[in-house]
Design a binder for this molecule. Structure first.
Ligand code: PEP
Length: 248
């Protein structure tokens, strides 16, 4: 049985005061959870997450990193810096980074490699836009996104990573993929990796992300290849997030 991972992606939300209450609420409710739980917070709040969550059952991480180790890269944050703040996870290739900041498959692969080199576990986001789905090229797009990482780091690197399938049309839109639509793509991802390394495929956590909430989580998480969730909006409300953790 694969373990499940529910990770919150706070995006650019929060304040010291709001986070204090949110983290306290999640901590209070998560005790005894069988699922692994993590929160990926904005960079300035990593110290706060570390102080609040250290020694707890909740891991923390960041939402992006530089592909570079150090140097004249104003405004960037390296993988080693994230490790300094106790991060376990870092989201790589979120669709908002790809579409708003021009991150290419090649850049995402570099970031993935930089994360692993520093001992972080990358959560690699893949997924198609609505027009790509309607054009019947969902699998082609997801395969291309995976191949960039596999080509650079090798399929074995996925043994120490998480993949998040996030259909772009479902992120923050309230439109969730049906459990069948999500399962189809998850099975495709696992099957593709199994073609290269069956053991890596069997152990790989593939999260679903895209408007997952308390009311639809159980059905999605009951699918055989859905091993948790990457949760945006619903991770900002302790009760919603905890309900998803319980469903997992
Ligand atoms: C996300 O940010 O990765 C995400 C899935 O957002 P939401 O849950 O709000 O759709």
């Amino acid at each position: 049985m694969r373990r499940k991972l529910v990770a919150g992606n706070w995006k650019m939300h929060g304040s010291l005061t709001e986070n204090e209450a949110l983290l306290a609420g999640v901590l209070a409710g998560v005790a005894g959870a069988k699922t692994e739980v993590a929160v990926c917070v904005p960079f300035p709040y990593l110290a706060q997450a570390q102080a609040k969550l250290n020694g707890s059952a909740i891991a923390w991480g960041a939402q992006n990193l530089s592909q570079h180790g150090k140097g004249a890269f104003t405004g960037e944050v390296s993988a080693a810096m994230l490790r300094d703040f106790g991060c376990k996870y870092v989201i790589v290739g979120h669709s908002e980074r790809r579409s708003l900041y021009g991150e290419t498959d090649a850049l995402v692969a570099e970031k993935f490699e930089a994360a692993q080199a520093a001992g972080l576990v990358p959560i690699l986001c893949v997924g198609e836009t609505l027009s790509e789905r309607e054009g019947g090229i969902t699998e082609e797009v997801v395969a291309r996104q995976l191949d960039a990482v596999i080509g650079k780091s090798g399929v074995g690197a996925l043994a120490d990573a998480v993949v998040a399938y996030e259909p772009v049309w479902a992120i923050g839109t309230g439109k969730t993929a049906t459990p069948q639509q999500a399962q189809e793509v998850h099975a495709f991802i696992r099957g593709k990796i199994a073609g290269l390394d069956p053991a890596v495929a069997e152990g790989l956590i593939i999260q679903y992300g895209g408007s997952m909430k308390a009311s639809n989580a159980a059905e999605l998480l009951a699918q055989p290849d859905i091993d948790g969730g990457l949760i945006g909006g619903a991770s900002l409300v302790a009760e919603e997030f905890l309900a998803i953790c319980k469903a997992a």
